[in-house]
Design a protein around this ligand. Sequence first.
Ligand SMILES: NC(=O)c1ccc[n+]([C@@H]2O[C@H](COP(=O)([O-])OP(=O)(O)OC[C@H]3O[C@@H](n4cnc5c(N)ncnc54)[C@H](OP(=O)(O)O)[C@@H]3O)[C@@H](O)[C@H]2O)c1
Length: 327
Amino acid sequence: MTADSDRFENMQYRPCGISGLKLPAISLGCWFHFGDDDEVDISKLIFGAFDLGITHIDLANIYGPPPGAAERRAGPVIAQLPRDDVVVSTKGGLTMRPGPYGRGGTRKNLIESFDKSLARLGLDYVDIYYHHARDTATPIEETLGALDSIVTSGKALYAGISNYDGQSTKEVDDIRKDRGFHPPVVNQVQYSMIYRKIEDDLLPVVRKTGIGVVAYSPLARGMLAGKPVDAVFGDRAKDLGDKIDSLKKTVEGVEKVAAERGQSPGQMALAWTLRDPAVTTALIGASRLEQIEENVGALTNLEFATDELELIDAAYAAGAGTIDWGS
Ligand SMILES: NC(=O)c1ccc[n+]([C@@H]2O[C@H](COP(=O)([O-])OP(=O)(O)OC[C@H]3O[C@@H](n4cnc5c(N)ncnc54)[C@H](OP(=O)(O)O)[C@@H]3O)[C@@H](O)[C@H]2O)c1
């Protein structure tokens, strides 16, 4: 692959909290469409994204299906990129296989999972290695100690946490300072115009602790980019009943604001997620390169007028904000 020499020009690079590491404002995730039976041209997605300045590619050991497939398929494509100009992340901790050792934040699972991820990817190192979700059955010191050992080994350059709430993130910060562990530089969490739980919980904590936020599903799996809400949930839509109507209400409300701004709804959704400097990057998925191209167009208008923000808040309060999303 010959990388486009202009690729950095239209992308912004934002720091991960107080760390020196910068990520592109828009990053590419490899959860959907990277399974063994998927027909999407993943080389086209990854190379095309890279040429648009998207230097960050996100994976996890469980991404597939089957688990492991996404790392196995993406690794050889990533290997064709200039390795020192790309930030590759992967994760461990969610269920890879049955039994007591196939999941969790234990030293045993994380270190073994990490080695297997590297082997599947076929890379010498990853840039960020995440613990995928807090494991309350394992002392947090053990989890952080395992991440610290992995970073100390040099085979991951930075540690990350994912789906840690505000309180757990504060604990992480206290423990890593106390124990002198390498600090996790990012917390990867869900954040979009329909899922705003982090605003009152995590964001106040990361502003103090200096951990960057990687906002995943910023398009709400496509709902905020024109994909019909029912289509996103497929067969599960009928079980969700009124919740679907609430989501539709918010989507319709924000689409009106986007039309007034002259942005596509998806572009506005990404700009909105990035409006807070505590958010380092919006981590998108895509099935076609044209979607990524459109999404990068969000960066040409990141500013919001107060009345636009108020209308978006009102659309949330009238719809998605009324739903109990659980944990
Ligand atoms: N840490 C965690 O627990 C966690 C959890 C979830 C996700 N993630 C990460 O976040 C990444 C992104 O998640 P996501 O896929 O839910 O993100 P998303 O960006 O909210 O949704 C992506 C989907 O939106 C649609 N889309 C994207 N751009 C579009 C456009 N311009 N126009 C119309 N539709 C568009 C596509 O749907 P179609 O595919 O139907 O075309 C695409 O697959 C994952 O790959 C993963 O790396 C992490």
